[in-house]
Design a protein around this ligand. Structure first.
Ligand SMILES: *[C@@H]1O[C@H](CO)[C@@H](O)[C@H](O)[C@H]1NC(C)=O
Ligand SMILES: *[C@@H]1O[C@H](CO)[C@@H](O)[C@H](O)[C@H]1NC(C)=O
Ligand SMILES: *[C@@H]1O[C@H](CO)[C@@H](O)[C@H](O)[C@H]1NC(C)=O
Length: 301
C-alpha cells in the first residue's frame, strides 16, 4: 500500500518537473543563443534558491560550482556540432534536482551557392529547362530559405523547415522555366538566406550565386505586324522599315511583283526614291522561323 503511494507520488512529481519549467528555479540568460561557427558564446545559469551544486553538462565547456547561484557556460570559439548544453542544479530542498536545456543554434553560412542549367548552349523559346541551385555546407538547414530571382524580382522561394539536421549539409532547389523572348538577356540568381529568428543576426546572413545569363533563341516578330500603306508622289523618298526582333538576329529579303527580276537589298530598311506603286513584301527569317510584312505604295492623288 505504502509502496503504491510512493510510486504514485514519484510519477506525479516527474510529471510536475517535466511540465513546469518555473519550479526548476533555474534561469538561463539568455534562454536562446544564436552563434556563428567559430564565434564565442557565454550563457549564465542562475538559480533562484540556495543550491548545493550548479553545473553545465556539455560536450564542450562543461563546468560546475558549489553553493554559487550562478554558473557560466563559456566557449571561446564554438566549432563543435554539439547537443544542446544542459544546466543542472542540485538543491537542499525539494525539488532536489532539476535542469534546463539551452536553446542553442550554431549556424554556418554556405561554402558556396551555385546555379546551373541542365543544358549547354542556347535555350529555345517555348521549351522547358531546369535551373538547379546547389548550396554546400550550410547549417542548420531548417532555417534556410533559397530564393530564386529573375533579374531583381523574386520568382520562387524554397524553405527547408521540415528538415532536422543541425550539422552542415548540402541542399538544392530546382526551378523549371519555359523561356520566351522576354527572357533573352535576363539573369537568374539564387540566394541562400538563414533566418535565425529574432535572436539571430539582422539582416539574415545571405550568400548569392553568380548570375546565370540566359540567352534564348526565338523566331522573328514585328512590333507592328500590320500592313503599312504609303502615299508617294513620283520622286519622293520612301523608307520601308521592316526591322524585326529575333534571336539570332534575323536576315531580310524583299520582293515585289514589279521588281521580281531585280535583286533587292538584304537590309531591314529599304530606302529609295525609285519605288514604283505596288506591294513590297519583306521577310525576316532566322533558324527558328520567318515572318513577312507588306508595304503598299500608292500614288499620291
Ligand atoms: C532539362 O529539364 C527539362 C525539365 O525537366 C526537361 O524537359 C529537359 O529534357 C531537360 N534537358 C536535358 C538536356 O536534360
Ligand atoms: C515565399 O514566396 C511566397 C509567394 O510565392 C510568399 O508568400 C512567401 O512570403 C515567401 N516566403 C518567404 C520566406 O519569403
Ligand atoms: C525601324 O523600326 C524599328 C522597330 O519598329 C525601330 O526600332 C527603328 O527605330 C526604326 N528605324 C527607323 C530608321 O525608323
Amino acid at each position: 500500500m505504502e509502496r503504491t503511494t510512493l510510486r504514485c507520488f514519484y510519477i506525479v512529481c516527474m510529471f510536475c518537473t517535466a511540465l513546469a519549467g518555473d519550479s526548476c528555479s533555474l534561469e538561463l540568460k539568455p534562454a536562446r543563443v544564436v552563434v556563428a561557427f567559430g564565434e564565442p558564446v557565454t550563457v549564465n545559469c542562475v538559480a533562484s534558491r540556495p543550491v548545493r551544486v550548479l553545473g553545465w553538462e556539455s560536450a564542450v565547456g562543461a563546468t560546475h560550482t558549489q553553493n554559487d547561484l550562478t554558473v557560466q557556460w563559456k566557449v571561446d570559439s564554438l566549432i563543435d556540432w554539439i547537443e544542446e548544453p544542459i544546466c543542472y542544479g542540485v538543491f537542499f530542498t525539494a525539488p532536489r534536482q532539476c535542469e534546463e536545456k539551452l536553446n542553442l543554434v550554431l549556424y554556418k553560412t554556405p561554402d558556396s551557392v551555385s546555379i546551373s542549367l541542365n543544358h549547354t548552349g542556347t535555350m529555345v523559346e517555348g521549351k522547358e529547362y531546369q535551373l538547379l541551385c546547389e548550396v554546400q555546407n550550410i547549417a542548420p538547414v531548417q532555417y534556410l530559405t533559397l530564393r530564386w530571382y529573375r533579374g531583381q524580382t523574386e520568382v520562387y522561394n524554397h524553405s527547408f523547415s521540415d528538415l532536422t539536421p543541425t550539422t552542415p549539409v548540402q541542399v538544392s532547389s530546382s526551378l523549371l522555366i519555359t523561356p520566351t523572348m522576354a527572357d533573352h538577356g535576363v539573369q537568374y540568381t539564387c540566394a541562400a538566406e538563414l533566418d535565425l529568428g529574432i535572436d539571430g543576426p539582422r539582416p539574415p546572413p545571405r550568400v548569392s550565386s553568380k548570375p546565370l545569363d540566359i540567352t534564348v533563341h526565338f523566331s522573328p516578330s514585328f512590333s507592328q505586324p500590320e500592313d503599312e500603306t504609303l502615299e508617294l508622289s513620283k520622286g519622293d523618298e520612301a523608307s520601308l522599315n521592316c526591322t524585326a526582333v529575333g534571336s539570332p538576329p534575323p536576315s531580310y529579303t524583299w520582293s515585289t511583283a514589279a521588281l521580281s527580276l531585280e535583286k533587292m537589298e538584304d537590309q531591314p530598311i529599304l530606302t529609295s526614291t525609285a519605288l514604283r506603286p505596288g506591294t513590297y513584301t519583306c521577310t525576316a527569317s532566322n533558324i527558328l522561323g520567318k515572318k513577312s510584312k507588306q508595304f503598299i505604295i500608292k500614288p499620291k492623288p
